[in-house]
Design a protein around this ligand. Structure first.
Ligand code: ADP
Ligand code: MG
Ligand code: MG
Length: 255
């Protein structure tokens, strides 16, 4: 049973000027089998939280800790984090011209599994996963994210999720830029992965739309670099009705 424990996490972003503190003491524990929605206004630091956990060099942890089953995630290299089972689907996935999807995925799987997957099995695995996500087979030969539509990028992320099988999945604004059909395909993919095993999901979103498809066990409101309120799924409905106005003070007051 995997557990991700974030304790009093403070993170600064490295800029051309002085480093700027973005996360101001985040406490959150995600256990296998649980889905936690992180919701909050733009600029509140949600993506910063995901980048810091994934080990992006621009985001410096100044204090606090992140533990996966008691192991210090922050002491791990980016590859080690992936191998330990922490997966980040980025809000703005990068393009990698000249590297085909199929090679990219095999390299990623090799990094995560510690050895290259048997080629014949791998081809079957990828085909099956692509079929489930309604992804055209020609997709495998295209360069990573190059010229992909928003929907294709998100499907690609969920394809990675189902092939790399992380213990903790961090999905940052997986719903942005998706039309209704793509949102359903992507949500179904996440739900299938949730049903197939014990994964802990951190679902970062600005809107409640995706929560109609992927039901969270917990909802946390993020404002000005910390969690300001936590509750069950009903909290999402309150946010849907009332927006983030109530939290705007906290966001502004601390600036
Ligand atoms: P959210 O995902 O909640 O919209 P972010 O984590 O993207 O919030 O951003 C939080 C704050 O940190 C914002 O004020 C943003 O401008 C700042 N920030 C994030 N990344 C960088 C960066 N690479 N350089 C400068 N400022 C950044
Ligand atoms: Mg603190
Ligand atoms: Mg963001």
């Amino acid at each position: 049973m995997a557990t991700l424990e974030i304790k009093d996490l403070h993170v600064s972003v490295v800029t051309d000027e002085a480093p700027k503190e973005i996360l101001k003491g985040v406490d959150l524990t995600i256990k296998a089998g649980e889905t936690h929605a992180i919701m909050g206004p733009n600029g509140s630091g949600k993506s910063t939280l995901s980048y810091a956990i994934a080990g992006h060099p621009k985001y410096q942890v100044t204090s606090g800790s992140v533990l996966l089953d008691g192991e210090d995630v922050l002491a791990m290299s980016v590859d080690e984090r992936a191998r330990a089972g922490v997966f980040l689907a980025m809000q703005y996935p990068v393009e990698v011209p000249g590297v085909s999807m199929s090679n990219f995925l095999r390299t990623a799987a090799t990094a995560v599994r510690g050895e290259a997957p048997n080629l014949r099995h791998w081809v079957k695995e990828v085909k099956a996963a692509m079929g489930e996500l309604d992804i055209d087979s020609a997709f495998a030969e295209r360069s990573v994210n190059e010229g992909f539509s928003g929907g294709e990028k998100k499907r690609h992320e969920i394809l990675q999720l189902s092939l790399l099988k992380p213990k903790i999945a961090i999905l940052d604004e997986t719903d942005s830029g998706l039309d209704v059909d793509a949102l359903r395909v992507v949500s179904d993919g996440v739900n299938r992965y949730k049903a197939a095993g014990e994964v802990g999901v951190m679902l970062i979103t600005h809107y409640t739309r995706i929560l109609k498809h992927i039901s969270p066990d917990f909802v946390h409101v993020f404002a000005d670099g910390r969690i300001v309120e936590s509750g069950g799924p009903e909290l999402a409905q309150v946010l849907e009705d009332e927006g983030y106005v109530k939290y705007a003070g906290k966001q502004e007051a601390a600036k």
